[in-house]
Design a protein around this ligand. Structure first.
Ligand code: ADP
Length: 159
């Protein structure tokens, strides 16, 4: 009997500070390509984020409640090491602009050199190309309404 092919698992790593509708769109479209996506929140011990990591993790988990193809983790190691632990053979990233593209190429090269892992890039939908966590943080610092940029979790289902 043929061995079934191993599941295609991708690690979508980022700061997700906060997780935006742009990130959500990359995950949703990535699920058309991959069997499972692990959303990995990269934690840097020396760098305090805007939102506490636990809060970022909880809010992403709420969005994907009931979707057993999506998992959320935190990691404080090399991205390639986090991918190895999760048995992810691919890294998933989003590209909004030429600047993103150049940056992602460097990361993809480094990660491929480190571990042979391939990076799969998905272009941002035009409607999300200007959405970034940093813009959301900036707007929030002036008290602007940031809800249009944040995913809406599915409604809570009564048992
Ligand atoms: P990092 O600090 O690693 O860049 P981010 O959380 O800012 O982490 O982004 C994670 C990934 O999501 C990156 O590949 C980034 O290019 C992508 N991304 C961010 N915002 C968007 C968006 N609006 N549309 C598509 N991809 C995006």
């Amino acid at each position: 009997m043929n061995n079934p092919r191993p599941p295609r698992i991708a690690l979508f790593a980022g700061s997700f500070d906060p997780f935006t509708i742009g990130h959500q769109s990359i995950v949703d479209r990535g699920l058309e390509i991959f069997d499972r996506i692990v959303i990995g929140i990269g934690v840097n011990a020396g760098k305090k984020g805007w939102l506490p990591v636990e809060e970022r993790k909880n809010s992403i988990e709420r969005i994907y409640t009931g979707n057993n193809r999506v998992k959320v983790i935190e990691f404080d190691c090399l991205t390639t090491e986090a991918a190895r632990r999760e048995e992810a053979r691919f890294l998933l990233r989003g590209v909004r602009s030429a600047a993103d593209f150049e940056y992602e190429r460097t990361l993809a090269d480094i990660n491929r050199n480190l571990s042979g892992i391939e990076t799969v890039l998905i272009y941002a939908l035009p409607c999300y190309a200007s959405v970034s966590s940093s813009v959301v943080r900036e707007l929030a610092s002036y008290g602007a309404d940031i809800r249009p940029y944040l995913p809406v979790p599915p409604p809570h289902k009564e048992e």
